[in-house]
Design a binder for this molecule. Sequence first.
Ligand SMILES: C[S@@+](CC[C@H](N)C(=O)[O-])C[C@H]1O[C@@H](n2cnc3c(N)ncnc32)[C@H](O)[C@@H]1O
Length: 195
Amino acid sequence: MKKYILTIATILFASIVQAGESHYVTTPPDVVVAMLDSVDVTMADTVVDLGCGDGRIPIIAAAKYGVKAVGIELDSEIAAIAKQNVERNNLGHLVDIRQGDILQMKWGESRQVVTVYLDPELLQRLRPVFDKLPIGSRIVSYQHPLFGYGQGKVIELFGHRLYRYRVIQKIRKQKICGPRGCTYVDVAYKVIEGF
Ligand SMILES: C[S@@+](CC[C@H](N)C(=O)[O-])C[C@H]1O[C@@H](n2cnc3c(N)ncnc32)[C@H](O)[C@@H]1O
């Protein structure tokens, strides 16, 4: 397992060096694996990396779990590198890299595993996007907690911090009153919480 993650990492790093001009920070491959393991990725999930850089997170997700994975990247040159990395790893049937703005992200109906390594200001602006995630989705944030959902579970590993959240349905009782008296009905609502 470690060997193929290292192989992917080598290809990724080689391509970054070849690109030469791209300056952005990336999540170390072993941290990527820890992020995905922490939320128990299943075949019912689509892994989506918001701000995917060189594509390492969707690539590792597809290679390790065989799941569909999507990477969204604003910078067209970096998105092109990510696409190249997908091809080099022969994962074009599973990984979809899209050049675009994550603030405009629309979710499919399947459960999503969302990974983020973004600055706190952008994470805050993403809240309306997270709020639309389908029930059952999970979010893992590298280095920074999300805004407005509590700190989430903090996972410490060799000097790195992961913050983990889930999208769940809760039920509350609502009092309804009419001419024949009052009754209580169950009302479902969605919550994003640390777990
Ligand atoms: C810190 S890097 C993380 C890269 C990758 N997710 C990783 O963990 O290795 C953040 C990436 O988000 C991209 N980004 C920033 N704002 C974005 C936006 N509004 N829409 C899409 N991508 C964005 C940047 O270009 C950069 O590649």
